[in-house]
Design a protein around this ligand. Structure first.
Ligand code: COA
Length: 182
């Protein structure tokens, strides 16, 4: 897919972020979870208060994927103290990478992922890591395709439901002056 831009999300765009956040999350997981758990999660995790905290946290970076002025996906990266689990302080976490269903398979996720990887090179992060629901097979395949391997697990609560996220990482090795990913 051509002509996609990946701008940083500003506080003025909080409503748009809430909308794409809720839309992509429910599209991906609603059919796999109870309606109550889903409603509770969507309400809390994408509240204006929570998104304001995220957008004003200097260690979090959020980007939209925009095609023809339409927001079709987004990416959330956490650095340093903003990482959701204690990791190497210099590592980079991809907390969210979501594309609207009708645009799946068109490499939009790949573009968002590339944005995160570019940043990892730029800040010389030792590795990129993320948590992914163990039953989210498409996303796991996507990460494996991009060189991620599983290094652990952690519990994740969706409403009242305790689920398990796989923790995956990709080493970003810096070789002399030029930086190369293996
Ligand atoms: C994971 C995700 C970001 C990947 O983004 P994407 O833009 O679809 O990435 P790609 O275009 O590289 O497609 C990934 C694979 O899924 C397949 N695929 C995805 N959607 C498809 C569709 N609608 N029809 C056919 N194939 C599809 C592609 O064939 C591709 O496999 P390949 O590289 O072997 O060809 C995207 O699928 C997504 O947003 N999923 C829902 C949200 C999610 O689960 N996020 C991760 C949470 S941890």
């Amino acid at each position: 897919m051509e002509g996609i831009i990946i701008p940083r999300v500003t506080l003025e765009e909080i409503k748009e972020l809430q909308e794409i956040g809720r839309a992509t999350f429910s599209e991906t997981f609603a059919h796999l979870n109870s309606q109550e758990d889903m409603q509770e999660y969507l309400k809390q995790s994408f509240s204006i208060e929570k998104l304001t905290d995220e957008l004003t946290n200097q260690d979090s970076l959020i980007y939209f994927a925009v095609a023809d002025e339409k927001i079709i996906g987004y990416l959330k990266i956490n650095l340093r103290q903003a990482q959701t689990e204690k990791q190497n302080n210099d590592a980079l976490e991809i907390e969210r990478i979501y594309v609207l269903k009708e645009f799946h398979g068109l490499k939009v996720g790949q573009l968002l992922y590339q944005k995160a990887l570019d940043l990892a090179y730029e800040i010389r992060a030792p590795y990129v890591w993320l948590g992914v629901w163990e039953e989210n097979y498409r996303a796991i395949k996507f990460y494996e395709k991009n060189g991620f391997t599983v290094f652990g697990k952690h519990p994740f609560k969706l409403g009242q439901d305790e689920q398990t996220d796989l923790l995956m990482k990709k080493i970003v090795t810096v070789v002399s002056e030029s930086k190369t990913a293996w």
